[in-house]
Design a protein around this ligand. Structure first.
Ligand code: HEM
Length: 412
């Protein structure tokens, strides 16, 4: 094999992030679908091909989701001790649990994500989005990312938890600082410290809300539903309930913002797409699915090897870290015809943007509903909307979102 070291890009560099798919393709071509990295997280394995991604996501015999300590692995050993609280809080997120504990917790969590419960909020979310859109009417140019995509999930999270919309500002600050650290290839001490503070404040916020719900009557909000579902068998400790609420608020805020911002950008930048969606709003659902494949909001998920195993000629050792590159797999030409073409009429191509297996995303229904409502109302109110300027990808390797999508409303 040729000089492979020079081929591996620096995934933390802005230049690489701007051209991430060229870099993935080059890597997959030169080093194959599974390879051991030279410099990522002390020699992590990278899984780049669609089929292998599915196999790794489903392999719970050899792979564990308990990877919270890896989040600070990029730091020198002597600094890692400062972040014990952060690692402890993360280790309570059920996304980092394995079976059988994970299975039991997921059953409790399911009470907060039934289709019937989620749909109850659709009208409330739509009304609040209409208010946001109404405010745009005085503006010529709108920063869609900040003024719309970021606000919609905050509307949803506050509605789900039954807290005032005015709490959005602090929730948003916490979500942003956790995101800056979660998706960063090489977070520095300051970024990790801010994330730790935010995790602690989040925990405290949900503790107060819990005390309040317990004092008064439990209602039909997300936290009350989790408390009720947990009552009989007490699967979750009280602290673990707060941790799951933080996980939901974080995922719900960050991923949804990126999906809405990325999908509006695609609607305005890809030839003819806006026109098609205006002519047939039912296509918005397909547009959203294709946006999730094309610019996947989560680019990779991690696993730890818990037992040595051989895979296609490679030996993975206990303790090795594995990065499953969902974003790369979602543009794998062996399953997606013309993978780099954005095509809303594509047959439902199998893709792992939401993962698969026991950890498959629990928030899919809600995030698709939020994006659908937002795009539909935006087009209804501002059919002449156009992209105002080109934009760039944020400097975040794992959580793919645009810096800012600016649009002209052309509201006559
Ligand atoms: C387009 C937006 C989203 C994408 C692309 C996405 C993607 C993912 C992926 C890939 C996983 C699997 C992680 C793994 O295998 O380790 C996951 C899990 C999860 N997601 Fe999402 N997500 C999105 C939105 C949301 C929303 C809105 C919520 C909550 C309101 C949410 C909550 C969760 C939770 C709690 C898990 C952990 C599930 C488990 O471990 O059983 N996600 N998501």
């Amino acid at each position: 094999m040729e000089n492979v070291k020079s081929i591996e890009p620096d995934f933390s560099s802005s230049e690489v992030i701007q051209n991430i798919h060229e870099n993935y393709d080059l890597l997959r071509q030169k080093r194959g679908s599974l390879y051991k990295s030279d410099n990522i997280l002390n020699g992590a394995w990278l899984v780049m091909g669609h089929e292998d991604i599915g196999n790794f996501l489903n392999d719970t015999e050899h792979l564990s989701s308990q990877r919270q300590a890896c989040l600070i692995m990029a730091l020198p050993l002597e600094l890692q001790g400062q972040f014990e609280k952060l690692v402890n809080l993360h280790s309570q997120w059920f996304a980092y649990y394995d079976a059988p504990e994970h299975t039991k917790i997921r059953q409790v969590m399911a009470a907060g994500f039934t289709r019937e419960f989620i749909q109850k909020f659709e009208n409330e979310i739509a009304d609040a989005v209409e208010v946001v859109l109404k405010h745009f009417s005085e503006k010529k140019i709108v920063n869609i990312t900040e003024e719309l995509a970021k606000k919609v999930p905050l509307i949803t999270i506050t509605a789900l938890f039954g807290v005032p919309l005015s709490d959005s500002r602090q929730l948003s600050k916490w979500i942003d600082s956790i995101a800056a650290y979660m998706g960063s290839e090489k977070p520095d001490v300051r970024v990790i410290g801010a994330a730790q503070d935010s995790m602690l404040e989040f925990q405290e916020y949900f503790k107060k809300l819990y005390d309040d719900r317990k004092k008064k009557r439990l209602g039909n909000d997300l936290l009350s539903r989790l408390i009720i579902a947990n009552t009989e068998d007490e699967i979750l400790s009280v602290d673990e309930i707060f941790a799951q609420c933080t996980l939901i608020a974080f995922k719900g805020g960050e991923m949804t913002k990126n999906l809405i911002s990325n999908s509006i950008y695609l609607m305005l930048s890809e030839d003819g797409v806006k026109k098609e969606l205006l002519n047939d709003p039912k296509l918005i659902a397909k547009h959203i699915d294709e946006s999730i494949r094309f610019h996947s909001p989560i680019q990779y998920v991690g696993r730890m090897v818990k037992k040595d195993f051989d895979y296609n000629g490679s030996t993975l050792k206990e303790g090795d870290y594995v990065s499953i590159m969902l974003g790369a797999g979602n543009r794998d030409g062996s399953v997606h015809k013309n993978p780099h073409t954005f095509d809303i009429h594509r047959d439902a191509a199998p893709n792992y943007a939401f993962g698969t297996g026991m950890h498959e995303c629990i928030g899919q229904v809600i995030v698709k509903m939020e994006a659908n409502v937002t795009l539909r109302l935006l087009l209804e109110k501002y059919p002449n909307i156009e992209l105002a300027e080109e934009t760039k990808w944020r400097n975040n390797t794992g959580l793919r979102g645009l810096v800012s999508v600016k649009a002209k409303l052309n509201n006559r």
